[in-house]
Design a protein around this ligand. Structure first.
Ligand SMILES: [Zn+2]
Length: 639
């Protein structure tokens, strides 16, 4: 293990270049892993389009590795016996000196590049056949169960170089109780997988197999993914057994670019600085247009089926505009792509074959099948993606990735939204972009506007990010009667609104649920407005803003310190004790200064292991908070 390494990290934002080391060689990052269906039937010739796409990619100098979706063989009508035959040898062995799909095809190149295999968790979960409880034996004909052992054995038999741990994706509309259960199951599976591979006492017969391990992670917003990574790092026996994290559950969200940005930033910020260079970050199912933006946020690798799906729809991706171009619109005058696929494109033959009624039979005079052209389109589309990821790698080394993304975003509203969202949290991106303004500015002049409306773009809540300023809410200007309670608990705001529905506020609340009701009153410190009592959480300005304190906006930090100081001076003495509970760095600075200025209260955790949002959830820290509140109740009052 210890298979990810960072080479340069001095580019824009969180972008970096690096390398994933695997048993089958290294992959330069940022990297694109095209999804490939290796098993398209009973033999290496099976799979129609896939059989041809595989061989095209194996022979391409641009091909650096593939993603195989572990359960995708279920799409091809295999029997359990067929699968057993496949499992006799690794996929690499099957695709070494293998036969071409048709006799007249040239001998294909062997598959030699690194192979990334996911867990198939989504497919396993959807099927009753594979349901097996933890510790139960597998009883179905496939010999596959929804357990870390079973998935790991499948990944081993297929010869994975990089694996993702067994996970259970969370659709957006899942009930909270079911969601929590799935998240816990995914976390436990990751921990089990790591221990099974642990060479000291692992249970899976690894036959010398030593894959690079990516822990699958999930969350629907900034705080959830942060919490998830915190759970994994707090519970794993040794973090160095992890090579990277792979973000799942994003496919349904990919139309919501702001949420995608939040989740990736949440993941990157949740990784402690001491581990940042040694953990790779992969995102599942993100297509080529987003490579630059995602790399800017700190993502190292991607996989996608879009290049094949687009080809199945008979479309080429235009290398310049990224527009999908139907094969009927490709003519020798208009189509100037000179990629290795298009170099062998016979446009007349393509039209004849693709427009003929013959679906399966070879057309005698050309010896082409439709699937030959679908595969050629997929090959071309793959190269468009690969060319983009190469540009991204180059731009990172040149220190010009941000300009590259800004240029791409000129023709792409999604990218503009995404970049704007990213700027909210990443001070570096703001510094680098001249004249850009944020929610704290009185007269916003955003660089990136939606061209149609000339209005600031909308965020995920359907409200504008730039709508609110600190003047929109100030508790000190309101007639305010604090809740009567022995203890005032002061905690930082959350990205999720209302605050009480956020992961961070919910974990603290449930961590304190042994305390009697009414023992403490909660005061949230907003990065935009300063103190917000619980009774005001549902006001529009409080539910609609998006802003988090950072190391750059000094004036904003001073404003929050000043308001919090005044609040504590005015109301602090009404409580037996004022307790600040804060683990993220920027908020801790604010709390410490305001508490000192006001001369009240204490700040917990008294000795956090690191200043990181998820440090809030550590049992010792929650325990210390609870003990301190209980002690306050026993002490003689200071009124
Ligand atoms: Zn081409």
């Amino acid at each position: 293990m210890g298979s990810f390494e960072t080479n340069t990290r001095d580019g824009d934002g969180e972008a970096r270049s690096g390398r994933i080391r695997t048993p089958s060689g290294s992959v330069e990052t940022p990297a694109f892993f095209p999804v490939l269906d290796f098993i398209g039937g009973t033999t290496v010739k099976s799979g129609g389009i896939w059989s041809r796409v595989r061989n095209r990619l194996f022979g391409s100098p641009k091909f650096n590795g593939a993603m195989y979706q572990a359960l995708s063989f279920l799409n091809f009508g295999l029997t359990p016996d067929n699968l057993d035959d496949w499992r006799e040898h690794t996929l690499r062995e099957h695709f070494t000196n293998h036969d071409p799909p048709k006799d007249w095809h040239p001998q294909p190149e062997s598959f030699t590049e690194p192979l990334f295999i996911d867990s198939g968790g989504y497919r396993l979960m959807q099927s009753d056949t594979f349901q097996v409880g933890r510790g139960e034996d597998v009883s179905n004909d496939w010999g596959i169960g929804t357990t870390p052992e079973s998935v790991l054995e499948l990944q081993r038999d297929f010869g994975a170089d990089i694996i993702a741990t067994l996970d259970f994706p969370i659709p957006e509309d899942l009930r909270d109780s079911e969601k929590d259960e799935r998240l816990e199951r995914s976390i436990q599976s990751a921990l089990d997988t790591i221990e099974l591979l642990n060479e000291d006492h692992g249970d899976v017969n690894t036959k010398g197999w030593d894959p690079t391990v990516y822990v699958a992670i999930h969350g629907h917003n900034y705080e959830e993914i942060d919490w998830y990574i915190g759970e994994v790092l707090n519970r794993v026996s040794d973090p160095s057994l992890i090579d990277g994290f792979a973000i799942g559950s994003l496919v349904p969200l990919r139309s919501n670019i702001a949420t995608l940005v939040d989740i990736v930033q949440g993941a990157v910020n949740a990784i402690p600085e001491e581990y940042r260079d040694q953990f790779g970050l992969h995102v599942f199912g993100v297509s080529g247009k987003l490579f630059g933006l995602m790399s800017l946020l700190g993502v190292d690798s991607f996989d996608s089926t879009t290049y094949v799906q687009t080809a199945r729809n008979r479309n080429f991706i235009d290398p310049d505009s990224w527009k999908q171009t139907s094969f009927v619109d490709v003519s020798s005058d208009s189509w100037t792509c000179n990629c290795e696929a298009c170099a062998e494109l016979d446009i007349d033959a393509m039209r004849t074959v693709m427009q003929s009624d013959t679906s399966y039979q070879s057309i005698a005079e050309t010896k082409y099948l439709k699937s030959d052209f679908y595969a050629l389109m997929a090959h071309h589309n793959f190269l468009v993606y690969e060319r983009e990821v190469e540009k991204v790698r180059h731009a990172i080394k040149e220190g010009s990735l941000l300009s590259h993304v800004i240029k791409l975003s000129e023709n792409n509203a999604d990218l503009r939204k995404g970049l704007q969202r990213a700027q909210m949290r990443d001070p570096e991106l703001r510094d680098d972009i001249p004249k850009v303004a944020f929610s704290v500015d009185v007269d916003p002049e955003p660089l990136i506007r939606d061209q149609d409306s000339e209005e600031p773009v909308e965020n995920s809540m359907g409200t504008t990010s730039l709508k609110h300023t600190p003047d929109d809410y100030n508790v000190l200007d309101r007639s305010h009667e604090p809740d009567a309670a022995p203890v005032l608990l002061v905690i930082p705001c959350s990205q999720t609104k209302p605050y009480s529905e956020s992961k961070s506020h919910q974990v603290v609340e449930s961590g304190l649920d042994e305390l009697d009701d009414g023992v403490y009153s909660k005061l949230t410190v907003s990065g935009l407005y300063g103190p917000v009592p619980e009774s005001d959480e549902h006001l529009d300005p409080i539910t609609q803003y998006d802003y988090a304190l950072n190391s750059v906006d000094d004036e904003q930090r001073e404003l929050v310190i000043s308001r919090l100081t005044s609040y504590l001076q005015e109301y602090g003495n009404r409580y037996d004790k004022v307790i600040g509970y804060v683990t993220s760095k920027q908020y801790r600075i604010v709390f410490e200064e305001a508490f000192t200025n006001a001369g009240v209260g204490i700040i917990l955790p008294s000795n956090p292991q690191r200043l990181q949002l998820w440090e809030m959830y550590r049992d010792e820290n929650i325990g210390e908070l609870q003990d301190t509140i209980e002690e306050a109740l026993c002490e003689p009052t200071n009124k």
